[in-house]
Design a protein around this ligand. Structure first.
Ligand SMILES: NC(=O)c1ccc[n+]([C@@H]2O[C@H](COP(=O)([O-])OP(=O)(O)OC[C@H]3O[C@@H](n4cnc5c(N)ncnc54)[C@H](OP(=O)(O)O)[C@@H]3O)[C@@H](O)[C@H]2O)c1
Length: 255
């Protein structure tokens, strides 16, 4: 029997890389997709060294052509395509709506929302023909709250959350479950750097004094747990925050 195939977008760093490693350890053949193939190559080597299997696939989720290539790679894999993790995304800027950059808002909508749409549309036939498909959408607590300076990101994540809910309704009766993962504060290497245009001090300040913020492996653990439940068990939405973060505005910091 060939291993089931899992596709993870945004696998070159952070939550996506951790999820690819974890799913490979769970027995999936992982198609690790992102734009930076050098990073994906290192990840595949790591997974292989740990006894798993994975393939690096260059994919820009903002390009129809590139996403079509990802679907072709999935079709060429020997096992059934049972799992898609739509993880590629992120935030750009922390400006108020009054002065927010239209280009940043466009980037966030195209990557988080339309990226999820493109990849999901392209992989749905393969997921359905597996007879037991799972689509995971990594949205955020920003998908159901708003905060000052977060207008562009929360708008995009609200939209991504809306895609997850709509898709679950539309696919009801077909063999594909839809799981939304909503992390709060996760300390990953690049999320803050992307948000603050490479400013490491601003990125680090987000987590300053927070005892034990979530890390990428914590979210990968949540994704893997949801995706490995019996197929009739649909975890609609999993909200996960660090203990120190009771709500978006209520974060315990020391020092
Ligand atoms: N960190 C947090 O606090 C947090 C909290 C809640 C939700 N999230 C969500 O979790 C997901 C992962 O976040 P993270 O913290 O792991 O961030 P990250 O380390 O910056 O990872 C983002 C990933 O998305 C990929 N990506 C960006 N644009 C892409 C594109 N056009 N096509 C394909 N891949 C693209 C990047 O790879 P390439 O640049 O190589 O393409 C990278 O692998 C995001 O959707 C984020 O919104 C994060």
């Amino acid at each position: 029997m060939s291993s089931p195939v899992a596709i993870v977008t945004g696998a070159s760093s952070g939550i996506g890389a951790a999820t690819a490693r974890r799913l490979a350890a769970e027995g999936f053949h992982v198609l690790a997709a992102a734009r930076r193939t050098d990073r994906l190559g290192g990840l595949v080597d790591e997974i292989t060294a740990a006894g798993g299997t994975a393939t690096a696939v260059m994919c820009d989720v903002t390009s129809d052509e590139s996403v079509a290539g990802l679907a072709e790679a999935a079709a060429a894999a020997s096992g059934p395509v049972t799992l898609l993790v739509n993880n590629a995304g992120g935030a750009r800027g922390l400006d108020p709506v009054e002065s927010g950059s239209v280009a940043d808002w466009q980037w966030m909508y195209d990557t988080n929302v339309l990226g999820t749409l493109r990849v999901t549309q392209a992989l749905l036939p393969a997921l359905e023909s597996s007879g037991a498909g799972t689509i995971v959408i990594v949205s955020s607590t920003a998908g159901f709250i708003v905060y000052e300076g977060g207008g562009g990101y929360t708008a995009a994540k609200h939209a991504q959350t809306a895609v997850a809910g709509t898709l679950r309704l539309e696919l009801c009766g077909r063999p594909i479950r839809v799981i939304e993962i909503d992390p709060g504060m996760v300390k990953t290497d690049e999320f803050g750097l992307v948000r603050f245009d490479g400013d490491a001090d601003k990125a680090a300040a987000v987590y300053a004094g927070v005892p034990d913020p979530l890390v990428a492996d914590d979210v990968a653990d949540c994704i893997a747990w949801c995706a490995t439940r019996p197929h009739h068990v649909n975890v609609d939405r999993l909200v996960v925050r660090p203990l120190a973060q009771a709500a978006q505005h209520k974060v315990h910091r020391v020092g």
